[in-house]
Design a protein around this ligand. Structure first.
Ligand SMILES: C=C(O[C@H]1C=CC=C(C(=O)O)[C@@H]1O)C(=O)O
Length: 325
C-alpha cells in the first residue's frame, strides 16, 4: 500500500492511502499528484483509494541505511574542491553540489508528529509532503520553490537562489550572479512558449525556513495546451542544476557521490484547469534508523568551500528544527 500526505500553502493537510504508479512525465493523468527524481527518469503518480485521519500506526516502507552513500564532511569538502577545479576545463559557469546529512532517527520520534510540526512551521510558504511506498521508501519535505503554478488566467514561476543565514548579512556579487543565472534561464524558457504579458520582479530578499534567499517572481498567461511543454523544459533550472544546463547536469551526475533520487526532482499536483508544481528542496529520506537530509548549494568559481559546507548546515536547519522539537 502507498501513502501520500500533503499541505499546499494555506490549505488543509490531507492524508491518503492508495497506489504509486510508475509512469513518465508525458503520460501521467491530467489530474494527479506526482513526484519525479532529479533526472525525471523516475516518475510516480498517486492513485487515491481512501482518505486517512493522520499518519499514526501505519506500517511504512523504509530504505535500509546501506542503500545510500553518505560522504563525511572531509570527503564532501574534497569532492567540492575537485568539482570547482573542473569548471574551467568542462565549461561550467555554475552547478549545484549537494550532500546527504545523516541524523539518527530515535525510535520514540513519531513520524506523524514530525510531519504535523513541519506543516505548522511552513503552512504559508511551502508545499509540505510525506510520500511512502515500497518502490521508493519514505520521503518528507517542505519545499519553498515553486516551479510552475497557476491557472488559465495567470501562471507563476520563481527564481530562488543565493543563501544567507541572517537578515543582517550583506549579499555579495556571488549570490546576485547565481540568482541571475536562474532568472535568465526561466525567462528564456517562458519566452520560448510565447506567453502574453510576462512580468519579472527584481530580486528580493525572502526568508524561507531557517535561511534567506534572493527571489524573483514571474507572472504571465499561457494557454493550457502549452503547460506540459513548459513544465518539461523549465526543470531543472540553474537553482538545482547549473549553467550551461546540459553540461551542468552531466557534470553533477558524474561528480556527486550519491544519487539525488527525489531531491531536486519535481513534486506537485496537476488538475485539468490548474497546476501547483514545486522543485523538491529541503527534503529527507526517512530510513529505518536515520533521517537522510539532502542539501546543496549553487557553486561558481568564486565559491568558498567552507562557506558552502556551512550553507548546507544552515539549510538543513529547516528540517532539523522540527525533527527535534
Ligand atoms: C539546492 C538547494 O537550494 C537552491 C535554492 C535556493 C538557494 C540555493 C543556493 O543558494 O545555492 C539553491 O540554488 C537546496 O536547498 O538544497
Amino acid at each position: 500500500m502507498g501513502f501520500l500526505a500533503h499541505q499546499f500553502p494555506n490549505e488543509e493537510i490531507q492524508y491518503f492511502e492508495g497506489s504509486w504508479i510508475a509512469s513518465t512525465l508525458d503520460q501521467i493523468p491530467e489530474s494527479c499528484f506526482f513526484i519525479t527524481d532529479f533526472t525525471k527518469d523516475k516518475v510516480y503518480y498517486f492513485k487515491e483509494h481512501n482518505t486517512l485521519e493522520n499518519l499514526s500506526n501505519i506500517d511504512f516502507s523504509f530504505s535500509h541505511d546501506d542503500e545510500i552513500f553518505v560522504a563525511n564532511e572531509k570527503a564532501y569538502l574534497n569532492g567540492l574542491q575537485y568539482f570547482i577545479d573542473g569548471f574551467e576545463m568542462f565549461g561550467i559557469e555554475k552547478a549545484i553540489f549537494s550532500r546527504i546529512k545523516l541524523v539518527d532517527r530515535e525510535a520514540d520520534v513519531e513520524l506523524n508528529d514530525v510531519f504535523v510540526r513541519l506543516c505548522k512551521a511552513y503552512q504559508k510558504q511551502a508545499l509540505v509532503y510525506f510520500v511512502s511506498d515500497e518502490q521508493f521508501g519514505s520521503w518528507m519535505g517542505a519545499t519553498p520553490e515553486t516551479l510552475l503554478s497557476g491557472n488559465e488566467q495567470k501562471m507563476q514561476s520563481m527564481a530562488l537562489a543565493g543563501t544567507k543565514s541572517s537578515a543582517e548579512k550583506e549579499w555579495t556579487e556571488k549570490e546576485f550572479e547565481e540568482q541571475q543565472y536562474v532568472v535568465d534561464y526561466i525567462q528564456q524558457k517562458i519566452e520560448e512558449q510565447s506567453p502574453g504579458d510576462l512580468s519579472v520582479t527584481k530580486a528580493q530578499t525572502v526568508q524561507k525556513g531557517a535561511v534567506y534567499h534572493l527571489q524573483s517572481d514571474f507572472e504571465f498567461s499561457l494557454d493550457k495546451e502549452k503547460w506540459n511543454a513548459l513544465l518539461q523544459s523549465l526543470h531543472p533550472t540553474p537553482a538545482v542544476c547549473g549553467t550551461p544546463g546540459d553540461l551542468a547536469r552531466d557534470y553533477i551526475l558524474r561528480n556527486e557521490p550519491h544519487e539525488r533520487s527525489f531531491y531536486t526532482g519535481i513534486i506537485g499536483q496537476k488538475k485539468s484547469d490548474a497546476l501547483s508544481v514545486y522543485v523538491n528542496l529541503r527534503c529527507m529520506q526517512v530510513m529505518k534508523k536515520h533521517f537522510a537530509l539532502y542539501v546543496g548549494g549553487g557553486i561558481t568559481l568564486s565559491s568558498n568551500i567552507a562557506n558552502e559546507l556551512q550553507e548546507t548546515e544552515d539549510k538543513s536547519e529547516t528540517l532539523l528544527s522540527v525533527i527535534f522539537d
